[in-house]
Design a protein around this ligand. Sequence first.
Ligand code: KG4
Ligand code: ZN
Length: 343
Amino acid sequence: MRVLGIETSCDETGVAICDSEHGLMANALFSQVAEHAEYGGVVPELASRDHVRKLVPLLKEALAEANCTAADIDAIAYTSGPGLMGALLVGASFARSLAYGWDCRAMPVHHLEGHLLVPLLDSNDIQFPFTALLVSGGHTQLFSVRGLEEYELLGESLDDAAGEAFDKTAKLLGLPYPGGPELAKLAEAGTAGVYKFPRPMTNRPGLDFSFSGLKTFARTTIQQARLTEQQSGNEQAKADIAQAFQEAVVDTLLIKCKRAMQLTGHQQLVVAGGVGANRELRARLQTWATEANLQVAYPRIDLCTDNGAMIAYAGLRRLEAGMPTSNDLGIHARARWPLAERV
Ligand code: KG4
Ligand code: ZN
């Protein structure tokens, strides 16, 4: 079976092709980062317009890369939520129209299901059940994943997502958008112990997170260190703050992951989503997993952030498992859509 996947939930346009036998055959991607950078964040209307511009060229690119035609495609999977409504509607309308023209099925796919399943694309070592940490710009959630559509939410952020906290703190430090990777880079030059940030919600039971306090703490620390944009920066102090902030986020995620693994008794932790690309997080989780005789797995770096491959792969898994595909002519898009409601 072969599935074409379309991702347009935010600021990446992705078109990919996944096959039962040949795996990932094409993964065409366009990131709108440069366009949104001058506004310091994603502008929804610009994102929608850019998806309109990029979908056809990316589709052509993906078909050429996979060396296949419409006749080889069994279904078209598209992100139907959660995400920016306008952006979702572009992908959903495009996918539905293409499926109509090509006379094949259209499958709405949950964006987070894509993030959760894509680590399985490259690795035969990952088996259900596993515990998953989903850390992106919009979500910080822990799941028990027992199988396809068997996702139990164990805990989540009550306010900002970890990626959002990275991005907002980076902005306070005067770093360019998107700040997460920039802050991580700066943190490498920081000295540990100069600043000490709190580890929110770790001293009470449960698996929920809260990251908005860290951002506020960062703002106060930056003000006290007189590093506001007008008072041009002391680069070492900025790096020290970035280091302390990153360490606090990583520590907090690690503490909750340990707790989650104790609760589920699983042997494998799968880390997905954009913040999963963070090197410090990966190193700390790996050290702990080795000591605890557990396994921690990630998608490859380029599949951590949004892409079409994760949607094509989730669609393929659903198709192979014989899950219902809505073959109505509806264009399905939901800006807010808890993954648990999928079940
Ligand atoms: O999964 P993703 O591409 O988009 C959402 O679905 O949100 O994640 C994007 C998020 C952004 O907040 C970005 O700053 C963050 O992931 N991110 C990182 C790193 N790379 C991406 N955060 C920390 N360290 C990184 N290396
Ligand atoms: Zn995402």
